[in-house]
Ligand binder design. Sequence first.
Ligand code: GAR
Length: 201
Amino acid sequence: MIRGLSVILYFKIMSKKIVILASGDGSNAEAIMRHFDSSTKIEVSSIISNNRQAGVFDRAKRFRVPCLWMDKNSFESDVVLDFFLTEQPDLIVLAGFLWKIPASLVQTFPNKIINIHPALLPKFGGKGMYGAHVHRAVKESGDTNTGITIHYVNEYYDEGGFIFQAQVEVVPADTADTIAQKVHQLEHKHFPVIIEQLLTQ
Ligand code: GAR
């Protein structure tokens, strides 16, 4: 029994830690938790949400990952920095997180914060461009493709260096909703794999 516990503790100490930030439904957070659920090398150690009603809380519970709520004052103060300094994550992953990341956090964790954007940046990015707003803009533009961009986070919305992009076709019959479905499929397929590559390369 004690020996079993020591093995678990050893893997816990040695494994790389991901902290996810999510504001909404949390389907990407779930894809990431599922991908690493049985890994002994990488774990989702916690999730932070700014939205008490977010679906991500239920998803985190199912994977037994602690999920914390943080209000705007805490997020913009040293509380969030202290949390991350204590947690010492190897990667901070924004999975549908809608608040801007404080400059102090970006500077303290250079190249350790990544975001997924539901379009092919630099198109359809910037403040106010998130979720359904992006898919509606893609539909209205008449573009024949869209996709996902995984990128590093800097002090500006959607402007950090690109890590990965993948495309999907947009056909005339598509609506903003069907575009969203196609993009979510791409996200769930690629995001966990790219995270794993970043943590093992
Ligand atoms: C995802 O499509 C993600 O790319 C997008 O929010 C959705 C969250 O879905 N992020 C942004 O728009 C950021 N600008 P989820 O809660 O089901 O993972």
